[in-house]
Design a protein around this ligand. Sequence first.
Ligand code: AMP
Length: 106
Amino acid sequence: MDCLFCKIIAKEISANIAYENDAVLAFHDISPKAPTHLLFIPKKHIARLDDIEEVSVMSELYAAIIDFANQNEYRKAGFQTKIHVGEGGGQEVFHLHIHFLSQKKL
Ligand code: AMP
């Protein structure tokens, strides 16, 4: 499958990894829009949010985000999460991902 983020998961393409567990990988966005800009992705390939068959995928992604944020003390600075869905929704890479943005640098 010709998927950029699957290649990052397979370590065929390098990325600056910030968080990883069995189900989720997070790495720095190559074109950051904030002092911290990460992408949280499921290790299982799902092209877009509305392709999800088991909503537990979203629990795993948000559990990872909360774990990452608490471990790295983002509570005071706060952060935003954002999902682009489909070309009309601004999605450019068709492997589900949640943008994590904060004014606090990691
Ligand atoms: P989206 O518009 O929601 O599909 O976001 C895709 C994001 O992937 C953009 O913010 C890109 O800057 C980012 N991106 C594209 N290629 C890479 C890469 N090789 N490593 C890290 N981030 C990437």
